[in-house]
Write a new protein. Sequence first.
Lengths: 166, 344
Amino acid sequence: MAKEDATRLAQAIVEVKERTVLCSVCFNIGIAERCAICADDRRDGSILCVVEDPRDIVAVERTREFKGRYHVLGGALSPIEGVGPEQLRVRELLGRLEPEGVTEVILCTNPNLEGEATAMYLARLLKPLGVRTTRIASGLPVGGDLEYADELTLGRALEGRREVDA
Amino acid sequence: MQGELRPVSGGLTVVTGDNGAGKTSLLEAIGYCSSLKSFRGSPRESLVRSGSASAIVRLEAADGSRHTLVEIEITPPRRDQAMRNRQRVRRVQELLETVRVTVFTPDDLALVKGGPQERRDFLDEVVVSAHPRLSVARHTVERVLRQRNVLLRQAGGRAGPEVSTTLDVWDHQLAAAGTELAEARATLVAELAPLASSAFSRLTGTGAGVVLDYQRSFGDSLAEALASHRHEDLKRGVTTVGPHRDDLAITSDDLDARTRLSQGRQRCVTLALRLAAHGVVGSYAGAPPVLLLDDAFSELDDATAKALVSELPPGQAILTTAGPLPPGSSPDAVVRLRDGRILP
Ligand SMILES: [Zn+2]
């Protein structure tokens, strides 16, 4: 790579970094105050898919199975890493339910111990509020990351989601 | 350590040599191909000869007409490179399913004399060798306990509503995986018990057997036990019930093996446990593991050493010794080691 190309590439990376912002609604990465998905009127606002990380949105979008909107928690429960419910965007999630008319929340956290614990924690908060709360079907590699699941498997897991009994 | 060992298949190979000749390293290398761990807990750095950058272990496993080549390259501090039939191995589990070993070492005495952790680890290793899918439950228990204990300490003795709800969630996970693990251990102990008892009486040449009893730290329901101990757990900042508090009690003629048996008898108990585990894993795997006996005679009296050789289970066994073989034993092959080299 020529030296000036490298400089240009570095500049491009800096610009991308400067221009991306967290969506004020779902905390996805975007370039405006509301991300492309939240700004899209064709998306179904009554179903929310809760993920740990913006990269998980990319994985779910690849399946083309999901037409609703997202909510990014910013991690999973893990006392070892100092992450409790206060460190996740749980309050923000609860705050979206009524104004947006959400009727179903799909818990799409990673299929590992911390992801399962987070899903169960959220289910226990959500169910008493009368929101249909579902969890993606098992069958994803245990201990894995959503990000690495292939779209077919993840699509099937979404389709086969079941109501959680918390 | 350098050279090629061709142990007799389906028979006993004895490896002799002075102390420091590399006998244990040889068995350690075989064991490493099964678990990527040293059975004597050597750090990886010490597995590489000083002055060399890496150590290479090549092992050919034959199961009937099927041959599998396992190659391991140990280059600290990099991760071990493991290949199976020239294909990169991604999970240690794959190795464990290719090369199964039962290891007996003089340090095994800790199984009887040491704390309950030694016995739990023994049970868990055998459970996972016999039922590889249970490694998930074992790993989950370990990890939930770490998370839960940190949370208990963070709570500082008090449980607000936030802490209570998160504890509920971890407890749910611990109850599920912990019950699965404890039940698997209890089932294993029931399978080990008759085998261990008859091996013990043959090794000691007495009518006395051993009785194994898996002692759970909780009653029928781990979920209920966690709930009823929560107050205490919060006060102490640790999880006081669960599979990590269980123990395996061993008695012979009503005497506690840990405190009331002679050291010679305790060695017979550890051998009996290993031989029983060997039998159980072999019955699940469809073929007996390779039996590795390191320095097995060093602490045994002549009668027990003789009984051990004559009672070896069918299958392949590799035994190291610095001294002579017990009188009357007829190994299928004897290999001599000197200064880390296998003599022709
Ligand atoms: Zn958004």
